[in-house]
Ligand binder design. Structure first.
Ligand SMILES: [Zn+2]
Length: 381
C-alpha cells in the first residue's frame, strides 16, 4: 500500500521512514534486504495475484490514455452503514483526488453486521445526496447500493427502491468458502434484473479467503450477454477481479466497473490499483463504465435494465446530468440512446458470443488456484 517503491526512496537518498507504518527498526531491515536481496518465496494461492499500490501507480502513469478512468469511483461506503465518514467527507476527499463522480454504495438490509439499510433509509440517503448535488460542487454523487445477493441470485431490497438508484451493485457475502464450482450461482446473480454491477465477484480477501471458483470464461460471456458489468474492486486486500481473470473478461467482451470499496476517505486513493488491473488485463477502454459521461452511464444502466427485463415505471428514468429528470429510450436498437449504446444494443447484447480462444489448461489452472482451504471463518464484508 506504499505509493512508492522502497528501493526508489532509498536510491534518492530519502529515509524509508517516510513510508507508512515504517519506523527506524523496520527501515533497517528493509535497507538490509535492498542491499542483499533475500529469496522471495512463491506466494501461496491465498496471497497470489495481488499487485502493489506503487506498481499500480507506475502502470497507470505509463498509460496516460487511461487517466480519465480516475475521474469516477464506483463503489464506496459511508457512516450510513459500515463506513467511517459522511457523504460530504467522502465527496471532499474524492474531489481532492480529482474524482468528478463518485457512487455511494452502502450495504443493504440483510447484512446486519454492517448496519445494512432498509428502503426507508436508502430513500433518506438519496435525499441527502440530492442536497449535496444541488450545491453543485464536484464530484457528482451517484445514488447507489451494494445489495446483498443470495446464492440463489436474489436481492434483499424492493425492486422499486432499486429502480430509483443511479447504479445498483450486487454482491455475494455468504457461502464464500464453498469449494465446488459456482458457475450456476454466478449465472443466477447475473440474471437478476435489478443488478447492473456484480461487485467483488470472487469474494476473495488477501491472506484470508481465496474466493469462489467458477468457469470464468462462461461467466464472463454470460455477463456480456446480460449486460451485467463485472467489478474491479480496487481495495488493496481484495483486487477482485484480478488481472488473470480480467484477461478472460476482456476476451469475452464483458463490461467493467472500477471502485475502491473505500470505507474511509483515505482508502479512496487506491482506485489506481483497479485501473492498473484493467490495463494489465487488456480490458478495452470502450467497455469501462468509469469512462462514460454521466449521461452515457445513465443510458448504459437503462440499457442493462431493459436487457434484463426490469420493467417498472421507474426504469430508464434517471436523475443524473445535473439533477434533471429525463426519459431515455432504453429499447435496444431504438433511437434515443447514444451512438455507442445503440451499437452495443445490436452487438453485445444479442445472442451469440464466441469464445476467444482460452485454453482448457488455463481454465483448469484458474479452477485449481481458486480452491478454498478448510477451517476458516466467514465474515460479513
Ligand atoms: Zn461487499
Amino acid at each position: 500500500m506504499w505509493p512508492e517503491e522502497a528501493a526508489d526512496i532509498e536510491q534518492s537518498g530519502r529515509s524509508l521512514t517516510e513510508l507508512r507504518a515504517i519506523g527506524p527498526f523496520t527501515a533497517s531491515f528493509i535497507a538490509r534486504w535492498l542491499k542483499d536481496r533475500p529469496d522471495v518465496p512463491v506466494p501461496p494461492p491465498i496471497r497470489d495475484g495481488f499487485i502493489t499500490y506503487a506498481y499500480a501507480r507506475a502502470v497507470v502513469a505509463a498509460h496516460p490514455e487511461w487517466a480519465a478512468a480516475a475521474k469516477s469511483d464506483q463503489q464506496m461506503h459511508t457512516d450510513e452503514t459500515d463506513g467511517s465518514a459522511t457523504i460530504d467527507e467522502m465527496a471532499e476527499a474524492g474531489r481532492d483526488l480529482g474524482r468528478e463522480r463518485i457512487a455511494i454504495t452502502d450495504h443493504s438490509r440483510t447484512l446486519r453486521i454492517t448496519n445494512g439499510m432498509d428502503e426507508a433509509r436508502l430513500a433518506a440517503q438519496g435525499e441527502r445526496i440530492d442536497a449535496v448535488n444541488a450545491r453543485g460542487a464536484a464530484p457528482w454523487v451517484l445514488k447507489g447500493i451494494e445489495m446483498d445477493v443470495t446464492p440463489e441470485g436474489a436481492g434483499d431490497m424492493e425492486p422499486a427502491a432499486l429502480a430509483r438508484l443511479d447504479l445498483v451493485l450486487g454482491a455475494f457475502h455468504s457461502k464464500l468458502r464453498l469449494r465446488d464450482d459456482q458457475t450456476e450461482r454466478y449465472f443466477r446473480a447475473l440474471a437478476n434484473p435489478d443488478i447492473q454491477v456484480l461487485a467483488h465477484p470472487r469474494g476473495r480477501v488477501y491472506n484470508f479467503r481465496p474466493g469462489l471458483s467458477c468457469d470464468w470464461e462462461r461467466v464472463a460471456r454470460r455477463a456480456s450477454e446480460t449486460g451485467t458489468v463485472l467489478e474491479i474492486d480496487a481495495y488493496p486486500d481484495r483486487q477482485d477481479l484480478d488481472v488473470e481473470r480480467l484477461r478472460i473478461v476482456a476476451a469475452e467482451g464483458a463490461w467493467i466497473s472500477i471502485g475502491t470499496d473505500a470505507h474511509s476517505p483515505g482508502e479512496l486513493a487506491f482506485l489506481e490499483i483497479g485501473i492498473a488491473a484493467a490495463i494489465l488485463g487488456g480490458v478495452p477502454r470502450e467497455r469501462v463504465l468509469n469512462l462514460l459521461s454521466n449521461l452515457a452511464l445513465a443510458e448504459r444502466v437503462g440499457l442493462v435494465r431493459a436487457t434484463k427485463g426490469a420493467n417498472t415505471n421507474e426504469r430508464g428514468t434517471t436523475t443524473m446530468a445535473g439533477g434533471k429528470r429525463e426519459r431515455i429510450d432504453t429499447t435496444p436498437g431504438k433511437s434515443g440512446g447514444s451512438r455507442f449504446v445503440r451499437r452495443e444494443a445490436r452487438g453485445r447484447f444479442s445472442t451469440d458470443q464466441t469464445s476467444a480462444g482460452r485454453s482448457v489448461a488455463q481454465d483448469k489452472r484458474v479452477k485449481a488456484k481458486n480452491t478454498a482451504p478448510k477451517g476458516m471463518k466467514d465474515r460479513g464484508d
